[in-house]
Design a protein around this ligand. Structure first.
Ligand code: ME8
Length: 519
């Protein structure tokens, strides 16, 4: 990579690939949107740098085998159906992904088998045993922490209540323990894993990593990719799934975009991405990812969303109810933090979006009417203390860089907040100036115009459709919507003539005549 975006390798971001054992829920949409925001931010920030943005579905393994069986259909048909729902979700949510990978695709099977052979060639694969509490009816192993003793002395799985027995099976193992030192070193780089508290915890965990069981007997798990050279074993679904990130790059023939710049994941699966994955990659002769970021979870009624509790939110319903950008705004504004879980409350989607709508929509309609525009008759004078508002000047002058540093620190919620704050402050100034009851409205209109223009440019990654509409209504030409354009300062630099602001606002409102307000 070089510092020149035009010649740098593509910016490569990924979402977790979603299990098709259950329908999409709001948490999946959250991961997808956070990744989309980063992809859109990169395009805006570095227009000449190519972006690779991969999402997709994780389709192998015991859970899917069981889910298909429960429905009485073939695994592939089951996967086709649910995978399509995730694809539809991504499209509806206005995600800007460049690839949608399914682990049942032929390109992926080839990549996984090649990758496996590299692990073997490194001497990191050996035959071992896997033991644990096994439930025949759940067809699954449980850790000691997931089982308990029933009154009759029998052991049961906490999750299902089904009986478990201690079992041992032969499978292939990966020498993960060999990579303890490597992982500690990789994790010592502050950018490797976010948030920082998670990174420090991972460093601790790296010290005691044991070897990893990486295959399952086919007699138990048949729905998966066969271990090269061992017809009796299926590759463990997590190893299979992680490799999707290199399949997308064209591996093994090519590796476009590798190493990934950001793997976005939920905090539940950070271990796989920041401990197992960098070790597997190194063993296979590939570079570790540049960054793994783990976001917090959405809860509902303060408890973890889960199907059994019946508190799962359907993201498609949510977008139908509150609009795509409404849900995008809510998820990013309220849940766009890496560190704190957020509680999903359907009525709050509307409350938060209303606030943005009222503030931006109101400010725009305040300056779009013909009557108000007639009051913009003179040039704004930055050297006059009458025309300048020191507080708002400060906010506006720092806004773009503030948003940029928040986005770069993955504090998308704070980036949203910073934009909203400026719009609110501008509305307040507008009210204080009360241009409707004065002959001249130049100052109020100038501040409102630039404030809205900056906000709309900066919100493009978050609410792409509304931001584009706002910029249209403001008459901002397509070529003036870049990150560089999101500046306005009363203390220097070129500014638009009042006449031009009026012309733009007029053409914007003419184009949108009869179409109602912005929100
Ligand atoms: O784990 N709040 O897939 P998955 C926020 N296939 N995000 C949530 C969430 C919640 N309540 N619940 C889930 C898998 N997520 C594997 C990944 S990657 C090689 C394989 C998000 O369908 C979060 O990102 O269970 C979590 O990591 C992901 O959905 C898990 O989706």
């Amino acid at each position: 990579p070089t510092s020149d975006p035009a010649t740098a390798k593509p910016f490569y971001v990924t979402t977790p690939i979603f299990y098709v054992n259950a329908a999409p829920h709001i948490g999946h949409l959250h991961s997808l949107l956070l990744t989309d925001v980063l992809a859109r931010f990169s395009r805006l920030r570095h227009p000449t740098r190519k972006v690779l943005f991969a999402t997709g579905t994780d389709e192998h393994g015991m859970k899917i085998q069981q889910a298909a069986k429960a429905k009485g259909i073939e695994e592939k048909a089951f996967c086709d159906d649910v995978s399509q729902r995730f694809r539809d979700l991504a499209q509806l949510a206005n995600a800007s992904h460049t690839d949608f990978i399914r682990t049942t695709e032929e390109r992926h099977e080839r990549a996984v088998q090649h990758f496996w052979e590299k692990l073997v060639a490194s001497g990191d694969i050996y035959k071992g045993t896997h033991s644990g509490w096994y439930s025949v009816s759940d067809e699954s192993f449980y850790a000691a922490s997931q089982v308990t003793e029933r009154e009759d002395g029998k052991m049961i799985a906490l999750e299902t209540g089904n009986e478990v027995v201690w079992e041992e099976e032969v499978n292939w193992k990966f020498r993960l323990s060999k990579y303890r030192g490597f992982l500690q070193e990789w994790l010592s780089k502050p950018e490797s894993a976010h948030p920082n508290t998670v990174r420090l915890e991972l460093i601790r965990q790296a010290q005691t990593l044991e070897d990893l069981s990486v295959s399952r007997p086919k007699s138990r798990v048949k729905w998966g990719i066969t271990v090269p050279g061992d017809e009796d074993q299926t590759i463990y679904v997590w190893v299979d799934a992680l490799i999707n990130y290199v399949t997308v790059t064209g591996y093994p023939e090519g590796q476009e975009g590798w190493p990934a710049d950001v793997h976005v994941v939920g905090k539940d699966i950070i271990k796989f991405h920041a401990l197992h994955w960098p070790a597997l990659l190194t063993s296979a002769g590939l570079e570790p990812p540049n960054r793994v970021i783990a976001h917090a979870h959405w809860t509902m009624g303060k408890s973890k969303m889960s199907k059994s509790k019946g508190n799962v939110v359907d993201p498609i319903d949510a977008m139908r109810n509150w609009s795509v950008d409404g849900v995008r705004w809510y998820l990013m504004r309220v849940g766009g933090s890496l560190t704190d879980d957020a509680d999903y409350a359907p009525d709050q989607v509307e409350v938060h979006y209303r606030l943005l709508a009222d503030q931006m929509g109101n400010l725009l309609s305040r300056i779009s009417g013909a009557k108000m525009l007639k009051k913009a008759t003179r040039e704004f004078d930055p050297s006059s203390s009458e025309d300048r508002d020191v507080d708002l000047d400060g906010l506006l002058a720092g806004l773009r860089d503030d948003v940029e540093s928040k986005m770069e620190g993955y504090m998308v919620n704070h980036a949203c907040g910073a934009v909203l704050e400026v719009i609110m402050a501008t509305n307040k100034l507008f009210t204080d100036l009360a241009p409707w009851s004065s002959a001249d409205g130049t100052k109020a209109i100038t501040y409102a115009y630039h404030s809205l223009r900056l906000a709309s440019i900066l919100l493009q990654p978050i609410i792409p459709s509304k931001a584009a509409e706002a910029l249209d209504r403001l008459g901002v030409p397509e070529i003036e919507r870049s990150w560089e354009d999101a500046v306005w300062s009363t203390s220097g630099g070129e500014s638009l003539k009042t006449e031009e602001i009026v012309r733009r606002l007029q053409s914007g409102s003419d184009r949108w005549k009869g179409k109602g307000h912005l929100f």
